[in-house]
Every structure is written in structure tokens, then in C-alpha cells.
Design a protein around this ligand. Structure first.
Ligand code: MC0
Length: 138
């Protein structure tokens, strides 16, 4: 079903400070940065070498953001595990058949024009799992 670990998402309070930490301490490069209003986040993708996997730093845009809620409950730290897939519609259909709840009836827009959905953490051993179908290469 899954082809790669696309990213591991980490909830942070201060995005610039977190980017600086990952650059200065781990030597990671900032691959991409964007604001996703619908998801309530400002995010930064930090490349893990040339693996194509990233660490996604997620800062809340407002107090209503899922990330603000997560930090209030758990503190900063790992919030999600994201797998890359080729066809998110097909993978969602398979996972539904296998009895897990997807959060959205249809995929939403994720990082860099990707199509995303999530498996509910309560159906997945306490792990919020994101499914990422990257935007087609130009
Ligand atoms: C909540 N729970 C989690 C969790 N968030 N468990 C593991 N990991 C998490 N991240 C647990 C809570 O502890 C609680 O368990 C139960 O799930 C209900 O949580 P809640 O605190 O009442 O919160 P809800 O239900 O309002 O929201 C949880 C839910 C939400 C997963 C539905 O966070 C959500 O819609 N997430 C998907 C979108 C998202 O995360 N967006 C931000 C990243 P107990 O036992 O206390 O009942 S945006 C992104 O990732 C995009 C940009 C991208 O990559 O492209």
C-alpha cells in the first residue's frame, strides 16, 4: 500500500526556531515551506539527506488549529506519521474495507499540491497516519 515514509510531522510552537534547530544541530536543509489555511498550519519540510523522506515541522496558525490543540494536550513533539502512496483514493478504499476510519470522505490538499487523507489514531494504535499522494511531477 505504502511506497515510502513521506514525512514524520512534529508539532512545534515556533517555526523559525525549530527550522534553525534542525539546520544547525542536524544539518538538515529546508526543502519547502508553506502555509495551509485549511489545515491551520504553517509548515516546513526538512530533508533527511537524499532519502526523499522529510521531517515536517508544524506550527499552529491559531488557537483553533489541530496543532494548537495537540500541543495543549501533549506538548510539542511527534504528531503524525505520513506514508507516501501512488493512488490515495485506492488506498483509502482498501483501508476502509479493512475496517479503519478515514478522517475525510474525499482527499484534501496537502503540502505542495499533494492529495492527503488521514487514518483516525483511535483505529491505528494511537498513531495519526497521513496518506500522501504527491502532486504529479511537471
Ligand atoms: C488526537 N489524538 C491523537 C492525535 N490527535 N492521537 C495520536 N496522535 C494525534 N495526533 C487522540 C486524542 O488523544 C484523543 O484520545 C482522541 O484522539 C480525540 O482527540 P481530540 O484531542 O479530542 O481531538 P479531535 O478529535 O478534535 O482531533 C483529532 C484528529 C485531528 C486526529 C481528528 O487532529 C485531525 O483532524 N487531524 C488531521 C489533520 C491534521 O492533523 N492537520 C495538521 C497537520 P482520547 O483517548 O483522549 O479520547 S497538516 C498536514 O499534515 C498537511 C499540511 C500535510 O502534511 O500535507
Amino acid at each position: 500500500l505504502f511506497t515510502h515514509i513521506d514525512h514524520v510531522g512534529i508539532a512545534v510552537a515556533d517555526l523559525d526556531a525549530a527550522i534553525a534547530f534542525y539546520q544547525d544541530v542536524y544539518g538538515m536543509e529546508l526543502a519547502h515551506r508553506e502555509t495551509n489555511e485549511e489545515q491551520g498550519v504553517e509548515e516546513a519540510m526538512m530533508a533527511v539527506g537524499d532519502s526523499t523522506s522529510c521531517i515536517q515541522l508544524l506550527a499552529p496558525l491559531s488557537e483553533e488549529s489541530t496543532i494548537a490543540k495537540f500541543i495543549a494536550k501533549n506538548g510539542v513533539g511527534i504528531q503524525q506519521m505520513a506514508y507516501r502512496v501512488e493512488d490515495v483514493d485506492a488506498v483509502c478504499a482498501t483501508l476502509k474495507e479493512r475496517g479503519v476510519r478515514l478522517l475525510y470522505p474525499e482527499p484534501k490538499r496537502g503540502t505542495a499540491g499533494s492529495r492527503i487523507n488521514f487514518v483516525h489514531p483511535k483505529d491505528a494504535g494511537g498513531v495519526l497516519v497521513e496518506l500522501v499522494e504527491p502532486a504529479p511531477a511537471h
